[in-house]
Design a protein around this ligand. Structure first.
Ligand code: ADP
Ligand code: ZN
Ligand code: ZN
Length: 721
């Protein structure tokens, strides 16, 4: 008797195990293929991981019900990438594999696009009643773009009933398959400046070999042009490329530039796509269409089959690291993917992460420098403005206000950077000293004046703001510190005739609002932009000539070892918005620590020197990137439970070559009424650390924990607070 054929299946469950099923005789299976399987009383979608495994003794296995398609949804390269990532990030394989599927396919829908009719004119002229304006307009729209799809017509404001109506009158006919809008005329490769040419000459020739390039190009040096040029000259017409960006919605200009050069080859991938759009783009990629995908983090996990180049723009950006669930770094996975795929990966930034800078110094990455601004633009001039014992107008000093005034008088734009949204980070009673805190977290509530609310920025708590001290009823109860709303108000008082444009998470919540804001700024009309780090990201506003930083001191004395790096990166990025056009730019940085070496170096605009200095400190502290780090985080309904769990783990983690810090309560020890603690593990050997973490996860999976206790392993953590 032949032994039964068994397949090992991954399910989209947070379980660190796979499930064995019998393969029915008629089924041909391949790893990465979608199947349906019985699970308890449900039928679930699964992914085949292994075929022909030894059945566990004495277990009655159920059989796979069927396949969802005859081909693997995840081809080998993507499957192997995710298997690696599951091990590296200690996240259950099932959940890792399923992140590479669009939501419709996770739910077991067929891998087909919903058919969309396309329409052609059936007559040269529409004979319609004179008052049938919409019908005439619809006919003309179809005549102008033969083959246009129903959904495109509905988007332009026509109804499906109107379409049917024209069809019944035999004025239009349905085509076989919807064609997409015609490609914009392909432009040749962009003309590069001398500096860009020099950088371009160092870029990898071959797209069929692994190479990792760190493109260190100062702000405004024209990195995007270089990417475009590289793809234009090196990517063949049948090949795929991936361009990772931190956030697509913030930089519609960049997308428009890519579209101008590549027309319909450009596809996008980000969280705002609906399920249909996701499925459609996913299928194009899986089918090997020669797509150039511009996408956020998760785009790196998609099933490309002809991927020949990966670009990671603003590679230092912390949004590449997923903060929950499968905590992967999109940038690091991109490098590994390029390695598996044998293709180049280009990491670009004006402020490279210390990890990448270190890799370049070690010779693991090739460093290409681009240290001149493109066109006629010159790097901005940075100045520290010591605000100790200076009178301030809601955080703004006289010289700052004067500079804004002069900028506006020249018909130019100013940008004011504030680190906090809302009106003020604290409400304080000046009689009894009461500070309004979040009842659910160990943090203060931020005052939002626009809707007179107190909000916690760490959980979703909010309440109406009070005019008097909640403790002693004193009226001497006032906002302390600066938020974007307060700065906006002060600037509106000081410059009543100038439009003030606030850009933060609150002002850009509505769909399309960021686009409207950017459009307004791009008219070049004098205005003052006030905002958070959203303003630091990649924007190209040619008429912004002044950048003011309200307070630079936030990251100087933080407990998080990454804080100085992140502070310097944000300051240099926001500074980089000044003087990108023909006019020179100036940056004023208000600080109480104008003698701090980091800030002094910052003013030289020399990120390379700062990165070297920060790396030297990391080496002394034996911190990443000199050692591998992982954090085991625990949270429970009491701090004791959290600490106890980590205390149990500690002896298991102890081994030569592993250094352990903690367990300690997190900096915000209580968040949304959960008590949080962490155990930090460091090692010279990534492999050793990985093996220790695997053991800890195995233990934790089996452990009997109180029902409210949760734990997570974070490899290469971005936040250590
Ligand atoms: P980065 O991404 O490096 O900050 P961008 O790619 O946004 O810089 O380019 C900055 C500005 O310089 C943009 O307005 C861009 O159109 C312009 N630019 C880039 N390359 C050139 C060039 N070769 N000639 C003229 N202008 C250029
Ligand atoms: Zn009081
Ligand atoms: Zn809270």
């Amino acid at each position: 008797m032949t032994r039964p054929a068994i397949a090992r299946i991954a399910l989209n469950r947070p379980l660190r195990r796979l499930f064995d099923y019998l393969i029915p005789d008629s089924l041909e299976l391949a790893p990465g293929q979608r199947v349906t399987v019985p699970f308890g009383r449900q039928t679930l979608t699964g992914l085949v991981v292994e075929i022909g495994v030894e059945p566990p003794p004495g277990v009655n296995l159920k059989a796979i019900k069927g396949t969802l398609e005859a081909w693997p949804a995840l081809p080998d390269n993507t499957f192997n990438l995710l298997t690696w990532a599951s091990d590296y990030y200690q996240h259950p394989l099932g959940e890792c594999l399923f992140t590479a599927l669009p939501p419709a396919l996770r739910r077991g829908r067929p891998a087909q696009e919903k058919a969309d009719e396309s329409w052609h004119p059936a007559a040269t002229e529409a004979v319609l009643p004179a008052n049938a304006h919409r019908q005439v307009a619809l006919f003309n729209a179809i005549k102008e773009s033969p083959g246009i799809s129903s959904s495109a017509l509905v988007k332009s404001g026509f109804s499906r009933a109107q379409i049917r109506n024209l069809q019944q009158k035999d004025l239009i006919t349905e085509g076989a398959k919807a064609i997409t809008a015609p490609a914009t005329k392909d432009l040749p490769a962009p003309t590069l400046s001398a500096a860009q040419q020099a950088a371009s000459a160092q870029m990898p020739e071959h797209t069929h070999e692994f190479s990792a390039i760190l493109l260190y190009g100062i702000t405004g040096s024209g990195k995007t042009e270089l990417y475009l040029h590289y793809l234009k000259t090196h990517l063949n017409a049948n090949e795929q490329a991936l361009v990772l960006v931190p956030e697509i919605n913030l930089t519609p200009q960049t997308l428009a530039r890519f579209r101008r050069y590549f027309g319909n080859r450009i596809q996008v991938w980000h969280s705002a796509l609906n399920d249909g759009e996701r499925l459609s783009t996913w299928l194009k990629i899986r089918n090997g269409e020669p797509v150039i995908l511009i996408g956020t983090r998760s785009a790196v996990l998609l099933p490309f089959s002809h991927l020949r180049t990966i670009i990671v723009d603003e590679e230092h950006d912390s949004s590449y690291k997923q903060g929950e669930g499968f905590r992967y770094s999109g940038r690091d996975v991109a490098v590994y993917r390029a390695h598996l795929n044998r293709c180049p990966v280009i990491l670009g930034s004006a402020t490279p992460s210390l990890e990448s800078w270190h890799n370049a110094q070690q010779g693991k990455y090739q460093l290409i420098r681009l240290e001149e601004r493109a066109g006629n633009a010159k790097p901005p001039q940075l100045e520290l403005l010591d605000i100790r014992s200076r009178p301030l107008e809601a955080g703004l000093s006289r010289p700052t206000l004067n500079s804004i005034k002069e900028t506006l008088a020249r018909g130019e734009q100013a940008l004011v950077f504030v680190n906090r949204r809302g009106f003020a980070p604290v409400m304080m009673c000046f009689d009894c000293g009461h500070l309004e805190e979040c009842p659910r977290c160990d943090t203060r509530l931020t005052y939002h004046r626009r809707d007179h609310a107190m909000r916690c920025h760490h959980c979703d708590f909010q309440m109406a703001a009070s005019h008097t001290c909640p403790k002693c009823q004193s009226e001497n109860y006032k906002p302390v510190g600066q938020g974007t709303e307060r700065t906006e108000d002060t600037l509106a008082e000081q410059f009543p005739d100038t439009p003030i444009v606030r850009v933060d998470r609150d002002s850009t919540q509505r769909k399309g609002s960021i686009q409207a804001i950017l459009k307004r700024v791009n008219t070049g009309e004098p205005c003052i932009l006030v905002g958070t780090q959203m303003l630091a990201k990649g924007h190209d506003f040619p008429n912004v000539t002044l950048v003011c930083v309200v307070n630079a001191d936030g990251g100087l004395f933080s407990v998080d070892f990454r804080a100085p790096e992140q502070m310097i990166q944000t300051l240099l990025q926001v500074s980089g918005r000044a003087g990108r056009g023909d006019k020179p730019g100036k940056v004023l940085i208000q600080t109480c620590h104008s003698d701090h070496p980091l800030l002094i170096n910052l003013c030289q605009g020399n990120y390379a020197a700062i990165a070297d200095q920060l790396l030297a400190e990391r080496e002394t502290g034996a911190l990443p990137p000199y050692r591998a780090m992982a954090i085991v985080r625990a949270e429970a309904d009491t701090m004791q439970n959290s600490l106890q769990l980590l205390d149990t783990l500690k002896p298991m983690a102890q081994s030569p070559g592993i250094e352990i810090w903690g367990p300690l309560p997190a900096v915000i020890a209580r968040k949304a009424d959960r008590h949080r603690a962490q155990l930090i593990l460091c090692s010279d050997s990534r492999g050793h650390l990985n093996r220790v973490l695997t053991q800890l996860c195995q233990y934790l999976d089996q452990a009997r924990l109180s029902s409210s206790t949760r734990w997570v392993v974070d490899v290469d953590p971005q936040e250590t607070g």
